[in-house]
Design a protein. Sequence first.
Length: 216
Amino acid sequence: METGQKKPHINVDYFEDLTGRIKQGTCSQPEGGQEDIGQRIKAIREAKGLSLDELSHMTGFDVELLSSIENCEVQPQLGTAIKLSKALDSAFGRLVSGVGEKLYSITRKGEQTIVSRSTSLKGKKQAYTYRSLAPEVKGRHMESLIVQLEEAADTERSVHDGEEFIYVLDGSVSLDIGDDHFDLTAGDSAYYLSTTPHLIAAAAGKATILAVIYGG
């Protein structure tokens, strides 16, 4: 879903505890003691012996943006994370919610934890918050997330490898796929190839969706 492109996603009263303000300029330690996504990206990049300039050439992202992500000044949106995972030859799930060690995962409602809060490219506005529903599964190829959407913070559409399925749980959602526009409400769903330019956001106020993302 998004990637430094058109408005992203999320935010809803339905999950009040997910809407806390993002601290700027410092890497947070998410629930469960996991590293921040920016820290994971930096660790993988350095382990591969890549400079920020080299990663910039591989992804098309500016060095300034990559540095801001690694320093946790900007929280990457999901499409951005997918592109980075491809460039770093790393599983998408490893960047988003860490390395799992189990063959299966049962996630109780009260056990859902915040994985990350994504911001607009300049890092000044929260785009969406998401929770992973199965972060413990090892070698997973899909990410299932509960995502809180806000009204579009950016206007550029997201394009990246993979496929996405979304199911609206609460609120009204604005979805653009290619040249087509759809207004979705609770109970509506959509499945699309992520290689088609797309933009998803709350139509007004806030909305919550279930998103299943295959990084390709």
